[in-house]
Design a binder for this molecule. Structure first.
Ligand SMILES: [Zn+2]
Length: 319
C-alpha cells in the first residue's frame, strides 16, 4: 500500500484500519457519528450509522471481504464478551470467601478473577483498588485461589489440632496433684465469699430493725443500706469470676461448647469447604507478595486458653 509519503508498512494497525473503515471499499460514508440527522431518509444507501455513497473512489478492499471481516469481528467480540461474562460467573461461583479476602495495603475487598491460559483456567484474587488506581494501591496483591485456600486450610487445621491438644493438656494438668489442690483451694475460697454474702444480707436485714427501734436515724439507715448493697454486688462479681476460673481446673474440663462443636464438626475434612470458611474465617489479608494472614473467629479463645496453660505450667514449675 502506498501513501503520499511513499511506502507504508503492513503493520497490524494499518491492516486493522483498512478493514475497519468503509472508505477503503470505495464507498464514502457520511454522518457516521451523527447518524440520526439523516434518519429521515436521504440519498444513498442508508444504515443506522449514517448513509453511504457507493463507488466514489478506487476500492482497496472488496465490499464482500469488508462485510465478511465485520461479521468476523462482531463474532469475536461476542465470543470475547461471552467468555468474560462466563469467567466472572465462574469465578464468583468459586469464591468461598465473599468479602472476607482483603488487601493488606488498602484494606479493600479483593475480587476473584479468571485467567485463561493454555494449561487451562486459573483463578486469582487481586486488589480491586490497584486495578483502578496505582496511587491508591501500588501492588496487585495477586494470589492464586488454590494457594489462598491451602493457606487457610492449613491455618484452620493447626487451630483445630491446637484446640484439642490444649483441651487434653488442661485435663491432664487438672488430674495432677497440683490441679486437684488448686481446685480445692478455689472451692474453699468460693465458700468463704458465699458465707460473707450471707452475713451481709443478715446485717442488712438487721438495719431495719435498728431503724425501727430508733437506734439509727433515717440518714444513717440509708447510708448503711447502700453500703451493704454495694458490698454484696462486689462479692457476687468476685464469686462469679472465681467460679469461672475454677471451671478451668475441673477434672472433666471442656472448652466452650460452640467452639468445640465447630472444631469436632470439621475434623474429618480433607480440604477446605464452604462450611469451614463460614464457621472459622473472619478475614484473610493478602500482602504484596501474595502471603496470607488468616484471622479465625476462635483465635481469641485459643490464645486465652494457651495463656492459661502457660500460667499453670509456670505455677507448677515453681511449686
Ligand atoms: Zn489494595
Amino acid at each position: 500500500m502506498t501513501g503520499h509519503k511513499g511506502c507504508v508498512e503492513w503493520t497490524g494497525i494499518v491492516v486493522k484500519r483498512l478493514l475497519s473503515n468503509e472508505y477503503y471499499t470505495g464507498d464514502s460514508v457520511h454522518g457516521k457519528t451523527g447518524g440520526k440527522l439523516f434518519a429521515g431518509g436521504s440519498c444513498g444507501a442508508e444504515d443506522s450509522a449514517g448513509y453511504v455513497v457507493r463507488d466514489t473512489h478506487e476500492a482497496l478492499v472488496s465490499r464482500a471481504d469488508f462485510d465478511r471481516v465485520q461479521e468476523m469481528k462482531a463474532e469475536q467480540a461476542r465470543v470475547y464478551n461471552g467468555k468474560r461474562a462466563e469467567g466472572r460467573r465462574c469465578a464468583a461461583g468459586r469464591n468461598k470467601f465473599k468479602k472476607k479476602v482483603v488487601c493488606s495495603d488498602c484494606g479493600k475487598t479483593m475480587y476473584l478473577f479468571r485467567a485463561v491460559s493454555q494449561e487451562g483456567d486459573r483463578f486469582f484474587y487481586g486488589c480491586s483498588s490497584h486495578n483502578r488506581s496505582r496511587k491508591v494501591c501500588p501492588y496487585r496483591h495477586k494470589v492464586m485461589l488454590e494457594d489462598l485456600e491451602a493457606a487457610v486450610f492449613g491455618v484452620i487445621r493447626s487451630h483445630m489440632d491446637a484446640c484439642l491438644d490444649t483441651e487434653r493438656l488442661v485435663r491432664k494438668l487438672n488430674a495432677g496433684r497440683q490441679g486437684t489442690e488448686r481446685y480445692r483451694l478455689m472451692s474453699r475460697q468460693a465458700d468463704r465469699i458465699r458465707e460473707r454474702i450471707r452475713q451481709d444480707a443478715g446485717k442488712k436485714a438487721g438495719l431495719y430493725a435498728d431503724f425501727a427501734e430508733r437506734l439509727i436515724d433515717g440518714e444513717e439507715y440509708a447510708a448503711l443500706s447502700e453500703r451493704y448493697t454495694k458490698e454484696a454486688e462486689a462479692l457476687s462479681a468476685e464469686l462469679e469470676k472465681l467460679l469461672e476460673e475454677r471451671e478451668r481446673y475441673e477434672r472433666d474440663f471442656h472448652i466452650e461448647e460452640g467452639w468445640e462443636k465447630t472444631v469436632r464438626g470439621f475434623l474429618g475434612e480433607r480440604e477446605l469447604t464452604q462450611g469451614m470458611v463460614d464457621a472459622f474465617v473472619t478475614r484473610v489479608s493478602v500482602d504484596k507478595d501474595g502471603d496470607c494472614e488468616v484471622v479465625l473467629a476462635y483465635d481469641d479463645m485459643l490464645a486465652e486458653l494457651l495463656e492459661a496453660v502457660r500460667e499453670r505450667e509456670a505455677e507448677n514449675g515453681e511449686g
